[in-house]
Design a binder for this molecule. Structure first.
Ligand SMILES: *Cc1c(COP(=O)(O)O)cnc(C)c1O
Length: 472
């Protein structure tokens, strides 16, 4: 299976090259040259139950990797991610992502039972053995760098800590990350993890990471790689739970999936599963006040807001939904030149109008709703009262409220983080304090380790030069 760029000007690459590279050299994102057909059959559908998560993950991974992985290699990677946990690692529940009925025609897909308590663990836990496999085969090491204001950092640390061939550098904006989130990054105790507290805001962190990748000499000597939400392996890994949930509910006609979204990563994974045959109705995009995707679905114009807003659901405080480029590519009939043109207007004027035929396709596949903080808090109160003490994290509450608004059943709401990851907001809404699960109950007793650095690329480069085992 080869991967092509959404902007049509980069040479096709293999699955592993697409995963390790992140972005394509023409500025586009990698997508498979054709959608796999091996998942659209009764035998696979019958396998899709919560009892077989690791086996479903193997099939999905193999379908997208093609000749890059043998079936045995895909099995080994999926089992290390979800089944045979390293000693001392937090266990998954046997279902990995349990599906629970919360009302008439309404289900909750619980994606927060991983080691750092957000849905990002599901994909990141697969990326770690996948990277180790690819690097061992090539006898290489990598420096993975990520800027995070939320859950990506914790999930990356939990997945990549103690790996042999990867050193991880996580940049966070000083004072802008919640204590639970910060501790997942600073208190891993791992020698190959470096938490860098940057004296600046999230945009400053992101700008530094961009400039590291833009410095070709530095980037190749450090063997830089990223694990942000455009990473193709994350999209593939996240499509697994859509297959399982949709097929588990196959008796209920095609359910809609309501996805709390920021970067359009998880939502795009749902579309990928549907594209590969999963019985899914609409994917409903649930955004907070940072509503670029909802505005787009309503107006046909994809346009940046003047500034991003701080909300109670910080993991979705995003102005530009990076993975939207992938669905746009599909909607315009895989015309890379058209995508290139639209994104050139976006870079120049901050927006573009989606061609009418493409917009009609998007509207046929997606719904959208934007939920403000007041409605989010109200929904958190509701959830606690209606469903016998069930506590929703603020992101999940955005999804629950969106499901209530669109009122189209059956529907599955994705629960993207554990309530204990956002204790202040949960307590404010419900009056209840959500306890940390047992596997991380000692989080506040662990020793933190981090470096404070000025918001300058040079300071971060020096740290990577000195510490990365990949440096040459
Ligand atoms: C990252 C995140 C989201 C948004 O996911 P995208 O793939 O960026 O759309 C939603 N909820 C939580 C808790 C997250 O951490």
């Amino acid at each position: 299976m080869q991967y092509v760029s959404t902007r049509g000007q980069a040479p096709p690459v293999s699955f592993l090259d697409a995963v390790l590279a992140g972005m394509a050299p023409d500025g586009g994102l990698y997508v498979p040259e054709a959608w796999p057909r091996t998942l659209d059959n009764e035998e696979f559908r019958a396998l899709c139950t919560t009892d077989h998560f690791s086996e479903v993950a193997r099939r999905v991974l193999h379908a997208f990797a093609g000749e890059a992985l043998t079936e045995a290699e895909a099995a080994e990677i999926a089992q290390r991610a979800y089944l045979r946990r390293p000693s001392g690692a937090a266990p998954w529940p046997s279902a990995v992502t349990p599906l629970r009925q919360i009302g008439d025609g309404a289900w909750l897909l619980e994606l927060f039972h991983g080691p750092s308590l957000s849905f990002k663990d599901v994909a990141m836990q697969l990326i770690a053995p996948l990277y180790e496999h690819a690097l061992a085969r090539r006898n290489e090491r990598l420096s993975v760098v990520c800027a995070t204001s939320g859950d990506t950092g914790g999930a990356a640390v939990e997945a990549l800590k103690h790996t042999d061939r990867v050193d991880l550098f996580v940049l966070t904006p000083k004072g802008r990350v919640s204590e639970v989130q910060r501790r997942f990054m600073t208190a891993s105790g791992a020698a190959n993890v470096y938490a860098l507290d940057i004296e600046g805001d999230f945009d400053a962190c992101q700008a530094i990471v961009k400039s590291l990748f833009a410095d070709a000499d530095f980037s190749s000597r450090a063997r830089l790689s990223g694990v942000n939400s455009i990473n193709w392996a994350r999209i593939v890994a996240q499509s697994v739970y859509f297959h399982i949930a949709a097929n588990t509910l196959a008796a209920h006609a095609k359910p809609n999936f309501v996805v709390p979204t920021g970067n359009f990563g998880d939502a795009f994974s749902g579309w990928v599963a549907k594209q590969c045959g999963a019985p899914i109705g609409k994917i409903v995009l649930a955004t907070n006040a940072n509503d670029i995707l909802t505005r787009t679905l309503n107006s046909g114009r994809y346009a940046r807001a003047t500034h991003s807003q701080e909300t109670l659901s910080p993991a979705m405080d995003i102005q530009v939904a990076s993975n939207f480029e992938r669905i746009l590519f599909e909607a315009v009939g895989r015309d890379g030149a058209a995508v290139r043109q639209l994104y050139a207007s976006f870079a120049q004027g901050g927006g573009f109008d989606i061609p009418p035929a493409a917009f009609a396709r998007l509207q046929a596949e997606f719904g959208a709703a934007s939920i403000d903080d007041a409605a989010t808090l109200d929904e958190m109160r509701n959830a606690a009262a209606e469903w016998g003490g069930f506590l929703a994290c603020p992101h999940t509450a955005v999804g629950l409220r969106a499901a209530r608004q669109i009122d189209s059943k059956p529907s599955v709401v994705l629960a993207t983080a554990h309530p204990a990851k956002f204790p202040e907001t949960v307590e404010r809404a419900s009056g209840q304090h959500p306890p940390l699960p047992q596997h991380c109950a000692d989080l506040f007793a662990r020793t933190e380790k981090f470096d404070t650095l000025p918001a300058e690329a040079e300071a971060v480069k020096r740290t990577i030069r000195e510490r990365s085992r990949a440096w040459s």
